[in-house]
Design a protein around this ligand. Structure first.
Ligand code: DGL
Length: 267
């Protein structure tokens, strides 16, 4: 019987955004085998209904179950906000949702005014605000849905005038709230950092991936699931998408270098 510790860990997102989490994870835990699933057929998740998002998450988790993963990382804020609560008890393996896993780490930063940029579906759920207020009832939160940003990242067009103007407008709106920190509440957004820093200081932005990966590492360790056998993780990774493998391969580079085109699966 294969040791559970050496089984892969699943990651999923609507597209390349979750690779910002995977990249950090690989740096911290290079021994782990990984399976990344980009649900590109249903991208963007940000304008989908709760029912649709629960359906996508279930299908992906069933796929991961067949792959015999030891855990799944929801490297997508939208799915964490809208689907996690409905599916969390349906699977035997641990499931790590980005928002809920990061809230206590963020609140430990001792900040009082928090801005959150996220997709429409994440903002509508108010999951981030709820989780932060649970940790610190005095915290003041402002959530702004940045509807165009996932498209800007997936099409790799941060330099066109329309994209620049939109980013400028949204950041300036957020700065009126006078936040101590601004959470990038969508795993696609760290790619836009070069634009963000034109309108706000770099230190104000939080990419929750760092806190998230630390949380996953500690939790896997507690559960005795960390893989201690040294291995070359680059040769131990698989990628799957639900449409356009070539576009994914090309665009993935913004976060993580993938060697081979991902496999196309119907899900
Ligand atoms: N990257 C995802 C998130 O963190 C989803 C973005 C989308 O597809 O709208 O929310």
């Amino acid at each position: 019987m294969t040791d559970k510790k050496t089984k892969p860990i699943g990651f999923f997102d609507s597209g390349v955004g979750g690779l910002s989490v995977l990249a950090r994870f690989k740096n911290v835990l290079p021994n782990e085998k990984t399976i990344y699933f980009g649900d590109t057929l249903h991208l963007p998740y940000g304008n989908k209904s709760k029912k649709e998002l629960i359906g996508y998450a279930k299908n992906i988790l069933n796929f991961m179950e067949q792959k015999e993963v030891k855990a799944v990382v929801i490297a997508c804020n939208t799915s964490s906000a809208q689907a996690y609560d409905s599916i969390k008890n349906e699977f035997e393996f641990p499931i790590y949702p980005i928002i809920q896993s990061c809230a206590s780490g963020v609140s430990k930063l001792g900040i009082q005014r928090v801005g959150i940029f996220a997709t429409e579906a994440t903002v509508n759920s108010h999951k981030y605000a709820d989780e932060l207020i649970k940790q610190n009832p005095n915290i003041k939160v402002k959530e702004i849905p940045s509807k165009n940003w996932v498209g800007i990242v997936e099409n790799n067009i941060p330099n066109i005038d329309e994209a620049k103007a939109n980013i400028k407008y949204e950041i300036e709106e957020m700065m009126k709230f006078n936040p101590d920190k601004i959470i990038l509440g969508c795993t696609h957004y760290p790619y836009l950092m070069n634009e963000f820093v034109k309108y706000a200081p770099k230190e104000i932005f939080i990419d929750p991936a760092e806190i998230f990966v630390e949380y996953i590492k500690n939790n896997l360790e507690k559960k005795g699931l960390l893989n201690n056998e040294p291995s070359n993780s680059q040769t131990q990774e698989e990628f799957y998408v639900t449409s356009s493998p070539d576009a994914f391969l090309k665009n993935a580079k913004i976060f993580y270098e993938i060697k081979n085109a991902p496999a196309l699966v119907s899900n």
